[in-house]
Structure formats: C-alpha cells, structure tokens
Design a protein around this ligand. Structure first.
Ligand SMILES: *Cc1c(COP(=O)(O)O)cnc(C)c1O
Length: 523
C-alpha cells in the first residue's frame, strides 16, 4: 500500500506495531555493534610481525604481566567497528541539525583542504618561530579579521571553547580590577535569567557571586532591574546578544552605558554572533570582552569531543591583561609575545600550554576569506531569514514564545500549544527522531516553559527547511489529534529506545566491566 507523504513522494505507511523485532539487533543493513572490548579479537593480533626476541627487553622488572586489555583487530575489522559506530551518530552531513544556540552549520570542505596543507598540519608548537612564519601570519590575519568584524582592538586567540573564552574574559576583568585596586570590593557578576549555564558557572568559577537580572515580558533584559543591582560592588555583567531567546537586546547601548557608569565591565557572550556578523560590531555597543565560537559562527567542526576554539576580543581597557601568547609583526617577521619580560608584563597568565587550536584557526580563516566581507554579512541575513521562515510557517500550529515581531537567527516556541494533549516537549522531540530529524534544543532557555529552540542556520536550503517544517507540522497535527502513542514511547525506530534520563544522570555507569564468566582481560 502506498500513499503520498507530506512532501509529495510515495511512501509506505510505517506502522510501528506491525514491525517484528529483528533476530540479530541489526536493522536495514545497519549491523548491531558491540563495544570493542566485547569483540572476538582476544588471543590474536591484527598485524603480521616476526616473533620478538624474548631476551631483549630493556624494561627489567617493569614488563607488564597482564594483557593490555585490547583485542587484536585487523585493519578491516577496525574500520568496520568505527564506521558502524559513526552510523549511529547524527551528523550535519546527513540532515538539518536544528539545535538552538549551537549554530550547527555546514562545514565547507574547502576548509578541510586548507587545514590539511602540510605547512599548517605538520608543524609542532615548539618549532622555532623562524620556521613557522606562515602559520604565525595566518594567526595574525585571523586576529585581524576578528578585530575588524567586532570593532575591537585586541583578541586572545588561545581559548579552546566558548566556555573557556568566558573564563578568559572574566580573568581579564578580574586582572583589570586588581590593577586598579578595586577587586576586593567588586565581588558580584550580574547575569540575566535567560543566560546559558556556562555564564553563571564561569563567574562562580572565577570566584564571583552571581546575581540574577530579571527579564521583561518581551524576552529582554529588564533594564530597571539591572540598574537597581549595578553598583560599586559589581565587577561585570554577562549579557548574550542576540540573547538566548533569539531576540536582539534593543536597550544594549543603555545597558553598556549603565554598566560603565557603575565602573563595571560588559562581558558579551558572543555565541550568537552568527545572527549579526558583518552587520553589527559589538565594539560599537560598548562591549569590553566577547568570546567568538569559531565552531559556531565560522563553521569549524564542533567535533565529537574534538577541539573547538573560542577567541576573545577585548576592549582598550582590558587589552593589556590579555593572556599570552599573541602574535606581533615587526622588522624581524612574525613572533610570539609570551614572556613577562617581553610586552606581556600585565598578562594575567596563559590559558593553555601552547598557541591554541591551529586546525580551527586555519578552517575559520579559510571560511572568512572564501566568504569575504559581503559574504559574511549575507550569512547573518540568511540565518535570520531562515529562522523567521520557520517561525512564520509553524506559528499557526505551535505557540511562539515571543509572537510579536521577527526573531533573530533562532525561532523559540513554548509548550502552550501542547496543553491538554498529554504530549510533552520531550515526547515531541523523541518522536522527531523517529521521523529522521535531530531534535531542536529543548527546555532551554529556562525562562520559557517547555522551550523548543530551533536554529536552522543559513546553510539550509529552502527545500531542506520545507522538509523539516512539513515533518514538524505532521507531528504537531498528530499530537493535537490525540495520537499520543506515537509520542509516549518514542523513539521506536532508533537503536536505543527511550532512556531513563534521571537514572542516567543520578547513577551513571562510567566504567565498563567484563560480563560475568567471560575471559576478557580488562584492566
Ligand atoms: C555554545 C554556547 C556557549 C558555550 O560555548 P562552548 O564552545 O560550547 O563552550 C556559551 N553561551 C551560549 C549562549 C552558547 O550557545
């Protein structure tokens, strides 16, 4: 039996209850895959080497007595293990990845090609600078682009993520207050209720007391509340702009004026820079420090556990306290300023052992140069257009959290529209997985009940957006029509079904143990 699906292609209705479980755990050419420790590779080796001479060990009594605890897989076995695991992951190369606040845009392959050039990829951070002049020039050029795009005079490239950049910014702010003898009395950092969790966490980590600032009905910082909390005991404010509700802070100039009048610094969380890049320069808004997630705005991979990069641009007032190292260019070429006895006398220290994430610098600059300044401006315009398209096309079925006016680069819905359906935001998100779509960000920002935060980015075509929208509309219609079963146990089609997330968080099992009675020699 065949019908037409929502995008007009013939489809076979997928009746969950009529599907028998498979006998092997595999599904449609996807094999079930066990942990590598559980594979049958014990007692063999994947390589063919001559027998080692047993009397030649230099390790004396230190030779290990137990097996190493890894199976000896051959190359094809190893390849298959990791490729099978990779098939279980969602990837931006497979479909839209609408996680709000994460800016999951396409990673252009040109970036990858440039990052693999041997002059960038085969160098060592301890090489004499005379042998890596090209790499230093690249860092200097990236710094130039970041300063130009933000209208800020200095940048610290080395932080390795947005959160690390927040740490960098607040440490520079603390160093500035220490230098002016005000650190002892300025112990507070003001953070709006809608902030990303890393903001208060960073402030607390640097030793500050976090004070919350209220939000107005229309999703912006409550300026009157902020003004009432600003004083000579405040070190800084941390404000995201556009904020985590996907809205531009219209009072941003007033916010920065009040902050500076109180002698505090303005830390801007720049994770949402994609919405304004090329159009607004944060320096013109009075920002003193802002991290830029290269893995968001500038298309470098978020990488499953791999490196990101979170350079921090700094105002004139904070620039002297920037962490080492940084690149300078003089008559002798490019060099790194690293030591106190050089120009880094006031630097608050360093944030990492070496120079930061060279591979991310290379990809980000490749992205910037291939777009040019006009292309980057178009990035922001198209990202905002795509989010507004989604907002407009879903607002008749779902309830936008802030219906009045356009959004910036992400569309935020609450769960008002699910009232009376028995379906929750979590159920809805899990049902999206069954339909082939990675869920949007859920339950963030905390100020919006049952939040669903959708960030399409500019790299989705109208066709891809329509596909996503049609799936959302079909699910929303099913929820409203009382098709609760479709949601309550979802996902039905994923390798793992609904997990007990509370138990996973409360009693996580972080260590693999060999099954009872097995002869697997794990250590
Ligand atoms: C992503 C994000 C961060 C943290 O950045 P990481 O690179 O993940 O450490 C901070 N604030 C906001 C608003 C974000 O979206």
């Amino acid at each position: 039996m065949s019908t037409m699906n929502t995008v007009g292609r013939p489809t076979t209705p997928n009746r969950v209850e009529s599907k028998p479980a498979t006998l092997t755990g595999g599904r449609g050419l996807l094999q079930d895959e066990h942990l590598i420790f559980e594979s049958d590779g014990w007692g063999k080796t994947g390589v063919d080497l001559p027998e080692p001479k047993t009397d030649g060990s230099d390790l004396g009594g230190l030779v290990r007595k137990n097996p190493i605890g890894l199976p000896g897989l051959s190359e094809p076995e190893t390849m298959r293990h990791y490729v099978r695991l990779s098939q279980k992951n969602h990837a931006i190369d497979l479909a839209i990845y609408p996680l709000g606040s994460c800016t999951m845009k396409h990673n252009p392959r040109l970036n990858e090609k440039i990052a693999r050039l041997p002059g960038f990829s085969d160098i060592h951070p301890l090489q004499p600078t005379s042998t890596v002049q090209g790499a230093l020039e690249l860092m200097d050029t990236l710094a130039h682009w970041l300063k130009t795009l933000t209208g800020m005079p200095a940048v610290a490239l080395s932080p390795k993520a947005g959160a690390h950049g927040e740490l960098c910014g607040l440490m520079a702010i603390r160093a500035a207050h220490e230098a002016s003898g005000q650190h002892e009395k300025r112990r507070k950092v003001l953070v709006p209720t809608s902030a990303h969790g890393t903001n208060p966490a960073t402030a607390a980590f640097v030793g500050y007391t976090v004070v919350e600032v209220a939000q107005t009905e229309d999703g912006r910082v409550d300026v009157a509340d902020l003004a009432s909390k600003l004083g000579d005991d405040v070190a800084a404010i941390m404000v995201t702009n556009p904020n985590t509700c996907g809205l531009f802070e219209r009072d941003i100039l007033e916010i920065s004026r009040l902050t500076h009048e109180a002698g505090a610094y303005f830390y801007c969380d720049g994770a949402n820079f994609n919405a304004i890049v090329g159009r607004v320069r944060p320096g013109d808004l009075g920002v003193d420090a802002m991290h830029i997630n290269l893995h968001k705005t500038f298309s470098t991979p978020h990488g499953g556990g791999g490196p990101g990069a979170g350079p921090v641009v700094l105002s004139e007032a904070l620039a002297p306290f920037a962490p080492a190292p940084w690149v300078v260019h003089d008559a002798d070429g490019y060099r790194l300023v690293e030591r106190e006895e050089d120009e880094a006398a006031q630097a608050f220290g360093r944030l990492c052992a070496f120079q930061g994430q060279m591979g991310m610098y290379t990809r980000a600059l490749s992205y910037m140069m291939s777009h040019g300044s006009d292309g980057l401006r178009q990035v922001a315009e198209d990202a905002v257009l795509n989010a507004n398209y989604i907002k407009a096309r879903l607002s008749d079925l779902m309830s936008p959290a802030f219906p009045d006016g356009p959004c910036m680069h992400e569309a935020l819905f609450d769960d008002e529209w699910l009232k009376g359906t028995e379906v929750t935001t979590l159920d809805f998100a899990k049902a999206m997985i069954d339909e082939g779509f990675h869920p949007m960000t859920m339950y963030f920002p905390l100020v919006v009940h049952g939040a669903m935060l959708i960030e399409p980015t500019e790299t989705e075509s109208k066709q891809e957006l329509d596909r996503f929208i049609e799936a959302m509309r079909a699910l929303a219609t099913a929820a409203k029509a009382g098709d609760v079963d479709r949601f309550k146990g979802a996902p039905f089609h994923a390798p793992l079904k609904r997990l007990d997330e509370t138990r996973a968080a409360r009693s996580p099992v972080l260590r693999w143990t060999a099954p009872e009675g097995s002869n697997i020699a794990a250590e």
